[in-house]
Design a protein around this ligand. Structure first.
Ligand code: FE2
Ligand code: FE2
Length: 239
């Protein structure tokens, strides 16, 4: 029973609206087949795969359906967390999303946001996170960071109240921006005794080292954006 993670699949089986990069960049062309092949090779039915946001370019239920079917067909238990491009998913309406997904498809995907999921004796806590990337004002970024820190804290408190001592955080955005050595997210991970922080979002080779990778203040940080892994899920915990 191992725990794997990969993010930023950016699937587009149901739409032609996706960035040129995905049509031309050798790191992206045919990436779906690589994901499928690597998952089939690595992941056993008893394993769990966390998909760390930016799942689909589909804008409607119909456009998204083939992308969800692709994910459903991957082996093991699948937990989806929320990325900045997942327009179908409003943080506050995660319960409604779960219910609608069940009603529409009766599938077995799990949607995790601002809360925790249980994997063995670990609590997996997920929220989107946020990092200033120069795309908005610093003031707006600070507001989003505060909101995401509150969501992360809610998930961590819930996990602790339920008695979990082993905790792994999944963020979509990196925990620090390129100018930071630490952040509210890293300090919160340390304060709650979290063993690992897993994040995605940084894709394109120039961005793979935007944030922390490896051990920092006793916490392991792992980037799992799909192209940084050559579309092979990263093993987070061996089991
Ligand atoms: Fe992405
Ligand atoms: Fe992203």
């Amino acid at each position: 029973m191992s725990l794997y993670a990969i993010g930023d699949l950016h699937l587009h089986y149901g739409t032609d609206r996706f960035p040129d990069l995905q049509k031309t960049d050798p790191d992206w062309v045919g990436h779906e087949e690589k994901v499928k092949r690597n998952c089939a090779r690595l992941i056993r039915p008893e394993d769990t795969l966390v998909l760390v946001g930016d799942h689909t370019w589909g804008r409607s239920v119909t456009e998204r359906r083939p992308d969800f079917e692709f994910i459903e067909a991957l082996p093991g238990r699948k937990i989806l967390t929320r990325g900045n491009h997942d327009m179908f998913w409003e943080a506050k309406h995660t319960d409604a999303l779960r219910q609608r997904y069940k009603e529409l498809y009766d599938g077995d995907l799990e949607f995790l946001q601002g809360s925790f999921a249980v994997w063995k004796d670990f609590a997996l806590v997920a929220t989107k996170g946020y990092t200033y990337e120069g795309l908005d004002t610093p003031e707006h970024a600070e507001k989003l960071v505060r909101r995401e820190l509150a969501r992360l804290k809610a998930g961590l408190d819930e996990a602790q109240a339920a008695g979990y001592k082993k905790i792994i955080i999944f963020l979509h955005y990196p925990p620090t921006n390129i100018l930071e050595r630490e952040s509210g997210f890293t300090r919160m991970a340390e304060a709650y005794g979290v063993s690992q922080v897993v994040y995605a979002h940084c894709h394109g080779r120039a961005r793979f080292h935007d944030s922390i990778r490896g051990m920092f203040h006793g916490v392991r940080y792992t980037l799992v954006s799909g192209d940084s892994l050559n579309w092979c899920p990263e093993k987070i915990v061996d089991g």
